[in-house]
Design a protein around this ligand. Structure first.
Ligand code: PLP
Ligand code: ZN
Length: 441
């Protein structure tokens, strides 16, 4: 069966483009482009047969079709040759039961989708494997793309640099100087990317990368490029599969540039069209109070929207004031009876520590989602008997500075409720025994 996909304007213009065209916006109206699939062809295969194929590919462990993205190749990117796929084993991340943490905030049926347990430590791998594979395919076919570039709050550049290096493809990353974690900065450096640390914020980097990539020889890897969305849309598909093809009541997700929440919605809608699920979850989208343009728009029922000047936040990966995928996200949220909540610095830092006490290790962005979730539980919007999945977007180890400063009581605007600094003692048994007794008596 030959499946196909193409690019089409999100605002409904009828112009279509090839997924191999170097184009990021509709030529008629300037709207973003989405990848559309030939759903009629896809529905010729039954839901049971799709399920069986997925399970067979996961069992067969045949690289790269065992990846959580590429075991869904027909739904993601049917047109590229398997030998051009650039995979680093992305996806198939655990859906970890978090019943103890859930109980502590009033929702005992809580799971965490651990997207950070992947090669570069964030969900950005899901989208980057799709984009870099398509570019690899284009280069193999003789395209004159010289390099791939992105602006980043840290994790996109880490993923681009890793996948680019794996493909032998030059990469350029634009980072807001001093505004990302050390772990995130060192990843593209290690992978040999040209790392440009600019004296601006993410939104400033985004403007510059769009101008630089107006030159067709430098390909744009930000999520305004819908190929990223195609890979990222597998996250909700995995959640449903991991719950035995049943749909949770809620999925909670942190959001910055708004590509990921759009992708989550897109994947679940496709599953519904293919007959693999018969209902949809509600989506709760979470923003940092210091970077909350979607939250403010939601409060007006999306009748008003204006970018904000994002303020410094511990959730640095979502410190974005002018999200590129605003329109896509609103469309997704409307289809999923969605809701938007926000979290302050104090709230996100304390809930991360509370979650960590139950064995999780929440990154600050995931903590924004956890805090929003707790507010929705407190307001009675999420109910005690409901099944909830919170998406963890990155590994906590990428944000050691955040953790260290919290436990050192060294974070501005945060009163740490769970600080657990190391106890410094002389190497003396009696003093040590006293300290142990003090803690556990
Ligand atoms: C990129 C990122 C986000 C936000 O995703 P968007 O698609 O920009 O909304 C959230 N958390 C982490 C850790 C990220 O790297
Ligand atoms: Zn258009």
């Amino acid at each position: 069966m030959a499946y196909t996909s193409w690019l089409q304007c999100v605002r409904g213009c009828d112009a279509k483009y090839s997924i191999f065209d170097v184009i990021y916006r509709c030529e008629k109206c300037g709207g973003l482009l989405d990848v559309e699939h030939d759903v009629n062809a896809l529905t010729e295969t039954s839901a049971a047969d799709w399920r069986a194929q997925l399970e067979q590919r996961m069992l067969a462990q045949q690289w790269p079709l065992n990846s959580g993205v590429w075991n869904k190749k027909e739904w993601v990117c049917p047109q590229i040759d398997v030998e051009n796929i650039v995979s680093l084993g992305e996806g198939n991340s655990p859906l970890q039961p978090a019943f103890q943490f859930g109980e502590s905030i009033g929702i005992p049926q809580l799971w965490v989708k651990q997207c950070g347990t992947t090669h570069t430590g964030s969900f950005k791998d899901l989208g980057m494997t799709a984009l870099v594979s398509v570019v690899n395919h284009m280069m193999k076919q003789g395209s004159n793309i010289q390099a791939v570039a992105c602006a980043s709050t840290g994790d996109t550049s880490a993923a681009l640099a890793a996948y680019g290096a794996a493909a032998g493809m030059p990469t350029i990353v634009f980072l807001p100087k001093g505004k990302i974690s050390t772990a995130q900065l060192v990843q593209p450096i290690a992978h040999g990317a040209l790392v440009l640390a600019l004296d601006t914020d993410f939104d400033g980097c985004m403007k510059i990368v769009q101008e630089v990539t107006a030159d067709q020889s430098i390909y744009l890897a930000n999520s305004m490029n819908s190929l990223r969305i195609e890979g990222q849309k597998t996250v909700g598909m995995e959640i449903v599969q991991q719950m035995g093809w049943s749909v949770p009541d809620w999925i909670v997700i942190p959001a910055g540039n708004l590509g990921n929440v759009s992708a989550l919605g897109k994947g679940l809608l496709l599953l519904q069209k293919l007959g693999l699920i018969d209902k949809l979850p509600r989506i709760a989208c979470a923003q940092a109070k210091h970077a909350n343009p979607l939250y403010l728009s939601f409060k007006t029922d999306y009748t008003e929207y204006k970018p904000v000047q994002a303020k410094k936040t511990l959730a640095s990966a979502i410190q974005i004031g002018a999200p590129v995928s605003y329109e896509r996200a609103v469309k997704a949220l409307k289809s999923f009876d969605g809701i938007v909540e926000q979290a302050s610095e104090d709230e996100l830092a304390n809930i991360a520590a509370q979650a960590d006490r139950t064995g999780l290790y929440a990154c600050p962005q995931t903590a924004v989602a956890m805090s929003a979730m707790k507010k929705l539980v407190d307001n009675g919007i999420i109910q005690r008997d409901q099944r909830v999945v919170v998406i963890s977007t990155a590994h906590g180890l990428k944000f050691s500075g955040f953790k260290v400063n919290y436990h050192d009581r060294n974070l501005p605007d945060v009163s740490p409720l769970h600080a657990n600094p190391p106890v410094e003692l002389p190497a003396d048994v009696d003093t040590v025994k006293k300290a142990i007794a003090q803690r556990f008596n």
